[in-house]
Design a protein around this ligand. Structure first.
Ligand code: AKG
Length: 263
């Protein structure tokens, strides 16, 4: 059996940066130590155990708004070092979301781009997502899948979507199948603690989890500090907090940043 050595990386090589820009995604290694990942997994177990009746574990969106402890991951220097390699030194924390698909009946994530989902709230749309494997993420338990190079099209607006059954899917719409070739999809399997990155315009999704193992990913989302957050253009009118994680604002003062809480 091959031993899984746990190496921690805090920078992307120039080859990885080029690969990310060309393909719209990047399979990466581990940024957090084994102890840090163990602590996060325990925290997630407690969060899931505390969910109110009827709330699905795929839906733990923006948990950091009410849980400052998560900032030790979201603005960890090693994370920000890698993000800086990929998008530059001025970094805004845009969002985060645990998508934990329970064993046996985990929902699918329909094919989509994040850029279309967040609509007109961000200009220009330059979000990068770090998807961190809290559990091993495999083809069997519904790992994330991407369409390589699809971010170059930047065409996937909301009218390119059609309805799907929300009881079986994390969202109620999917990108129309005729707009891309699902046969070109790449499965992004990860060992626990590994991560991958994707661009806001990369077409991606994942299958349901019918396996005996939970699949939990923590999506940690960042953007360069020249992106303007149009607070009044939120799709559901809800307020959304953003945080200047590193460097300086580059919007000329257009954004309102929330203070980073004590963690
Ligand atoms: O966790 C998944 O399967 C999909 C994640 C996703 O849609 C995202 O990170 O934008």
């Amino acid at each position: 059996m091959i031993q899984d050595t746990w190496e921690v990386t805090s920078h992307a090589t120039s080859k990885q940066v080029t690969l990310y820009r060309e393909s719209g995604y990047l399979k990466f290694g581990r940024i957090f130590t084994a102890d840090e990942i163990r602590a996060l997994a325990e925290h997630v177990d407690q969060m899931i155990a505390a969910l109110p009746a009827g709330k699905r574990p795929e839906e733990m969106d923006v948990p950091h708004f009410n849980d400052p402890w998560l900032f030790r991951y979201l603005i960890h220097p090693r994370v920000l070092d890698v993000i800086a390699d990929l998008i530059g030194p001025d970094i805004v924390l845009w969002s985060s979301h645990f998508i934990a698909k329970p064993a046996g009946d985990g929902k699918a994530v329909p094919w989509h781009t994040d850029g279309a989902y967040w609509g007109k709230r961000l200009k220009p749309m330059k979000v990068i997502t770090l998807w961190l494997a809290v559990d091993p993420s495999t083809i069997e338990n519904g790992c994330m899948r991407v369409i390589p190079g699809s971010h170059h099209r930047v065409a996937a607006e909301m009218d390119a979507y059609e309805a799907v059954d929300p009881t079986r899917n994390v969202f109620n719409a999917r990108l129309k199948p005729e707009l891309f070739d699902e046969k070109t999809a790449v499965d992004l399997e990860l060992k626990v603690g590994e991560c991958h990155f994707h661009d806001a315009w990369t077409i991606h999704g994942s299958n349901p989890n019918v396996s005996p193992n939970r699949r939990c990913g923590y999506t940690m989302r960042y953007m360069p500090a020249d992106v303007v957050h149009h607070e009044n253009a939120t799709d559901r009118g809800r307020s959304h907090r953003i945080y200047l994680a590193r460097g300086e604002d580059r919007t000329g003062g257009a954004n309102r940043y929330s203070p980073i809480p004590d963690f």
